[in-house]
Design a binder for this molecule. Sequence first.
Ligand code: DX5
Ligand code: ZN
Length: 227
Amino acid sequence: MQISPSILASDFANLERELKRVANADWAHVDVMDAHFVPNLTLGLPVVEALARVSPIPLDCHLMIDDPDRWAPMYAEAGAASVTFHVEAARDPKSLARNLRALGARAGMALKPGTAFAPYADLLPELDMVLLMTVEPGFGGQSFMADQMPKVREVREAVARCGGEIWVQVDGGVSTATIQACAEAGANVFVAGSAVFGAQAAAAAVDQLRELATRHSSLKGTDRQHG
Ligand code: DX5
Ligand code: ZN
C-alpha cells in the first residue's frame, strides 16, 4: 500500500520544504498540466528537474498534457521514477510505454473517469501502473467519484490475469473518508492532495491513509506489502 501525496495542494513557493513534510510517503505525485489537455496550467520540465534534485522520495509524474508521445520521455530523463501519460492523448501508447521503460522509468497509463478500460487492456504487459482518475482531471480539491470503483475492480482483475506486478493507482478526492472504498476495490497506490497537504500534520496524514488502505485492502500477502 503506497501513498503518493499530490504537491498540487502544497505551497508552490516552498516546494522543497513541502516535499520534506511528506518524506515518509512512498512517492511525490507531480501533476503536470498544459492548459490544453486540461483547462489548467501547473508546471513543466524545468520544475520537475529541480524537484528531482531535492526530493527525499521518488517523483510520480502525472502528465495531463497533449502529445505525451513527444514530451513524456523527457520527464523520465528529467529524473521522474514513474511517468504516467493519459491514454486519451497518446498516439502510440505501446511505443510510448516502451520508451519510458527503456529510459529506466516506470510506465503508467492514466484514464479519465469517462474512458473505458477494455479497449486498452492489451497494453497491460507494457505497463507498470494504471492510474484511474476519481475526479475529472484538472484541479485538486474535487469530490471523489465513487462510481469509478467498478473500473478499479475491473483493472485489478485484468492485472491479476495478466500476472506480473502492475500497480493500480487512484487519483482525486482520496481521503480518510474514501480510501477504504479504493482499497477494497483493489487499488494499491493512493494519490492524495488536499487530504495530505491540507492537514495540520502532513506526515501523520500519510501514515493514517496508509494504515487505512492496508486495513481495508482486498489484496493479500506480498501484493499488499510490496504494493
Ligand atoms: C487532478 C490531479 C490530482 C489532484 C488530487 O487533476 O491529477 O492529482 O491533485 O488532489 P485531491 O487529492 O485534492 O483531489
Ligand atoms: Zn494527479
